[in-house]
Design a protein around this ligand. Structure first.
Ligand code: FEO
Ligand code: CA
Ligand code: CA
Ligand code: CA
Length: 567
């Protein structure tokens, strides 16, 4: 392993056991409360939104959306603002039961579209806890029909042009909003992941575009949203280039509710998990990005220009070089530049078909890269490789081998691991690095081989499928899970999905929180005073959190009973 660097942070709480119930559990001395639930009004004209009925179309773009995911907090004019993703929508709970989740008309479709995307909202802490500041001037919903700009090297390219946008520079909506990022200049980044599932085809799919559709999972039936039945924009037979206008990272200014979100083509097109933005010593902007699909890649963008506080930021996320990682078995690695010289593709093609470009240069196929986070106390980055049941057994979607080895050391990887790399010269823009595995999840109560996990896994901290991840300001790494919560077989003793904290120096990992049965824990940020930790609960089961009626994905706040610092 890499030699320990930085400061051991120590744990300010005692670990808690696993749970299989329908509640949230936090350690002794901590309390939690709901901040906002799916359907809660952001504006007073949306009061009365009926959650038991799944809610009407009217005002569905004025409420907190469903299935929270990545989030970031902002201090703006002394107010606490949070920008938070709504990754996808549960069709069955949002449409009348008799329809079994199938939209019956264009209005059903519109309702589903309204409940996904992003919420920007002001929240305030009161005697009774944190609550949405209803009608705040910062409150805003961004959804599947919000106008966006397309900028960067691919803007205006033929592959981005449609009848509605012959210039290839303006699109509608953001899709599959998964992880998040925050720029040094105070904007929010929302990352488009499973955008492919919203598209379908009423007839033939254009043959020359087939390789791209195939690599990105665009299929005639889509994933059941049926948008293509009601809107030609989502029908690739009628609008073949529309899928190329999704799969990007989108920048949103949370301080200006009238601003137009911007899709940055320079950051590449794939199933983006999150965007970890750091600065190189010389001020260049470095963005680390995972592509969450079995056997896809880990990417890095390095800007041409440098960032300085107060200077213009135009082009910083577009003019630069996209790289993809190769991890070698000797625990070193290299960032491989994706350029016209290395790929034979044009700059715009590299942006639009980043996956195909990456396959051309010998990048390492990974076990589903999810969140990437950097350590505030050391120049090192961590990436959750959530799992990959086909490792060692199949090819990736581009025909690339998923050989066992390097940072993906187990065939049929059902538990996941976290890879860590340290750039040479303490420079995130350096092209070479050393790497190790911070942790390999596993089940040592069942296995004494690699499936038992690394040495820092024990009966007291079992988990599978690490996904969300963030460092707090003191240097603890918080790990959220999106795995199997059956608590049986290979997953015995792991309980519900959860959040753990890790010490990057000692490697020790202990459990902080467990979520309600059925949920995934995803999204983490802190209040400006660091006395509240905000956590997202996605797709809970049962009747959480209301105790009756439909389950509601929610943003929760976790505090210490003594109102002390929580990170
Ligand atoms: Fe939306 Fe890869 O998680
Ligand atoms: Ca995720
Ligand atoms: Ca996941
Ligand atoms: Ca999810």
């Amino acid at each position: 392993p890499l030699r320990a660097e930085g400061l051991a942070a120590g744990f300010p709480f005692d670990p808690i056991p696993t749970q299989t119930d329908a509640q949230v559990h936090v350690p002794k001395g901590y309390v939690w409360d709901v901040v906002a639930r799916w359907g809660d009004p952001l504006f007073s004209d949306a009061v009365g939104y009926d959650i038991a009925e799944g809610g009407p179309l009217q005002k569905s773009d004025r409420v907190f959306g469903e299935n929270t995911d990545g989030m970031e907090t902002f201090r703006i004019d002394g107010r606490q603002v949070v920008a938070i993703n709504h990754e996808y929508v549960n069709r069955k709970t949002n449409l009348p039961a008799a329809q079994k989740g199938k939209p019956a008309d264009a209005w059903d479709q519109r309702k589903l579209q309204n409940l996904q995307g992003v919420t920007v909202m002001e929240i305030a802490e009161q005697e009774t806890g944190w609550a949405v500041a209803v009608d705040s001037r910062f409150n805003r919903r961004i959804h599947h029909n919000t106008p966006m700009l397309l900028v960067g090297p691919a803007a205006g390219h033929d592959l981005l042009k449609t009848d509605a946008d012959p210039g290839g520079s303006r699109s509608l909506g953001t899709f599959g909003n998964c992880g998040s990022g925050k720029t040094p200049w105070g904007t929010y980044l929302t990352c488009e992941e499973n955008f492919n599932g919203y598209f379908g085809a009423s007839g033939e799919m254009q043959a020359d575009l087939a390789p791209g559709y195939e690599r990105y999972g665009i299929s005639p039936d889509g994933w059941g949203y049926e948008y293509h039945t009601w809107d030609a924009r989502f029908d690739v037979t009628q609008t073949p280039n529309e899928p190329h206008r999704a799969g990007w990272i989108v920048e949103i200014d949370p301080a200006d509710p009238d601003s137009t979100p911007v899709k940055h083509t320079g950051l590449g097109r794939f199933k983006h998990e999150n965007a970890e933005v750091v600065l190189a010593p010389d001020g260049r902007v470095v963005v680390f990005m995972g592509d969450d699909e079995r056997g896809e890649f880990l990417y890095r963008f390095v800007s041409n220009a440098t960032y300085a506080s107060g200077e213009p930021t135009d082009g910083l996320l577009d003019e630069g070089t996209l790289y993809v990682a190769r991890f070698d078995d000797d625990q070193t690695g290299e960032w491989l530049a994706l350029t016209p010289e290395t790929t034979g593709l044009t700059q715009a093609e590299i942006c639009i078909y980043s996956r195909m470009a990456a396959s051309l240069v010998g990048a390492t196929t990974m076990d589903r890269p999810e969140w990437i986070a950097t350590n505030p106390n050391a120049v090192e980055a961590y990436c959750c490789l959530t799992n990959n049941k086909y490792r060692g057994l199949r090819m990736n979607a581009g025909g690339g081998a998923m050989a066992v080895g390097g940072p993906n050391p187990r065939a049929h990887n059902r538990y996941g691991q976290i890879v860590r790399w340290r750039p040479h010269g303490k420079d995130y823009a350096a092209d070479t690095f050393d790497w190790d595995l911070y942790v390999m999840a596993g089940n040592p109560t069942l296995y004494d081989d690699a499936y038992g996990g690394s040495a820092n896994i024990n009966a007291g901290n079992l988990f599978n499928s690490p996904d969300g991840m963030a460092f707090d300001s003191r240097g603890l790494v918080w790990i959220q899970t999106d795995g199997k919560d059956s608590n049986t077989g290979d997953y015995a003793g792991m309980g519900n999905n959860q959040m753990l904290a890790g010490d990057p120096v000692t490697g020790e990992i202990i459990r902080f929180m467990t979520g309600p049965k059925g949920c995934e824990v995803t999204g983490l940020s802190w209040s400006a005073d660091r006395r509240t930790m905000f956590v997202g609960i996605q797709h809970p089961g049962g009747s959480w959190p209301d105790g009756a009626g439909l389950p509601r994905s929610s943003l929760i706040a976790i505090k210490r009973e003594d109102n002390g610092l929580v990170g």
